[in-house]
Structures are given as structure tokens and as C-alpha cells.
Design a protein around this ligand. Structure first.
Ligand SMILES: O=C(O)CCC(=O)C(=O)O
Ligand SMILES: [Fe+2]
Length: 196
């Protein structure tokens, strides 16, 4: 398959439902599930620090540090099995990626709340490439100022979603909880952190 634009005003989205062949996607899921040092990240909600409802791991080049809630996060080194994925993304998208936030959603209770990836380290118009592995989950976008502008769709095993341009500035996105019984899902959100 190939990347095709998804129409949404003030956003720049490209989607490929089958970026990775199923057998490759299976192998990547199994390898990452076993090799990544999955952690519970703490997030701030309404001024309180709580465990995020998923497991995560920040992976990247040594300079891809970022500061969050007063803590300086140092990335974990790239697992070998992610290097060819990063190389292919860089070549196909013509963008550099020095880091990836890996997320593991253990079941339908695990989720990601509404947010924009708009930390200053990402720059004003970041390219974020998100590869989905494992159980298909819904992904939702909604405009910051106009609730009528929204989009939601499934992210299947091996799919790639690229958000760029004004997407982070104009939209929030989320991965909602679901009451359906769903298996594990891993997302890899490739980014570029500019060192401060
Ligand atoms: O898991 C997903 O597809 C979304 C992840 C996300 O929005 C993020 O890591 O910032
Ligand atoms: Fe995000």
C-alpha cells in the first residue's frame, strides 16, 4: 500500500493501512514486547501527578533529551530491530527522526487522553510518524476551537499515520478506552527532538 492524505481542514494527515507486511509487523510486535524496558510514566492531570494508563518507553539518540514536569528524561538506546524501521521512515518521509515514544496498551482500559504533541522541543510544525502494531484501536482527532471538525478511524496492525504541518497546533488527538475485549497494542511515535 502507500500513504494517502486524509482530508481534514487545518491538519496534514497521511495514512497507510498496511505500511508493514503482516509477518514483519508480527515479528516487530513480538520483539518489542519482549525487549523494550516498558515503564509506567507519570503524567500531570489537573495539577496532580498520576500513573499514565499504559506502559511507555522513551527511545532515541543520546541528544534527544527532553524536560517534562521539571525532570530531564534521557532516552533509552535504539533496539536493533527498530533501526531499519527508522531508516525506511526517514527515506520515505524525507524527515529525520532522533527519537520514538513507544506505548504499550495492555487492554481496552489502557488509553491516551486528549493532547497535542506540542512541546517546544518538537518545534512549531513537527512531523510525527506513528506505527501501530497488534490490536486495532480507534484514534480520534478534534479541532481545538471548532468541535465540529473531527475525525476518528481505526489503526490496524502494521498501519502508519503521519501527522505534520499545523496538525498539532490546530488539533488534539486521543486513543480512547474501549469496553470491547481487545488484545495488546504497541504504537511507535517517531519524532525529532531539538536539543535546547
Ligand atoms: O498510540 C497512539 O496511536 C497515539 C500515541 C500518541 O498520541 C503519542 O504518543 O503522543
Ligand atoms: Fe500524541
Amino acid at each position: 500500500m502507500s500513504l494517502s492524505p486524509l482530508p481534514l481542514a487545518d491538519a496534514e494527515l497521511a495514512f497507510d493501512p498496511a505500511w508493514l507486511a503482516p509477518t514483519r509487523a508480527d515479528a516487530l510486535f513480538a520483539g518489542l514486547r519482549g525487549q523494550v524496558p516498558w515503564e509506567v510514566h507519570r503524567i500531570r492531570i489537573f495539577g496532580r501527578e498520576v500513573d499514565s494508563p499504559r506502559l511507555s518507553c522513551w527511545i532515541g539518540d543520546p541528544e534527544a533529551r527532553y524536560r517534562y514536569s521539571g525532570t530531564l528524561f534521557q532516552p533509552h538506546p535504539w533496539p536493533d530491530l527498530l533501526r531499519p524501521v527508522r531508516d525506511r521512515l526517514e527515506e520515505e518521509l524525507g524527515a529525520g527522526f532522533n527519537s520514538v515514544l513507544a506505548n504499550l496498551y495492555r487492554n481496552g482500559h489502557d488509553a491516551m487522553g486528549w493532547h497535542s504533541d506540542d512541546e517546544p522541543e518538537l518545534g512549531p510544525a513537527p512531523v510525527i510518524a506513528s506505527l501501530s502494531l497488534g490490536a486495532a484501536r480507534r484514534f480520534a482527532l478534534r479541532h481545538r476551537d471548532d468541535p465540529a471538525r473531527k475525525l476518528a478511524f481505526e489503526l490496524p496492525h502494521g498501519s502508519l499515520l503521519v501527522m505534520s504541518g499545523t496538525t498539532q497546533r490546530c488539533y488534539r488527538h486521543s486513543l480512547p478506552r474501549t469496553a470491547r475485549p481487545v488484545g495488546e497494542r504497541i504504537s511507535l511515535t517517531f519524532r525529532t527532538i531539538r536539543p535546547r
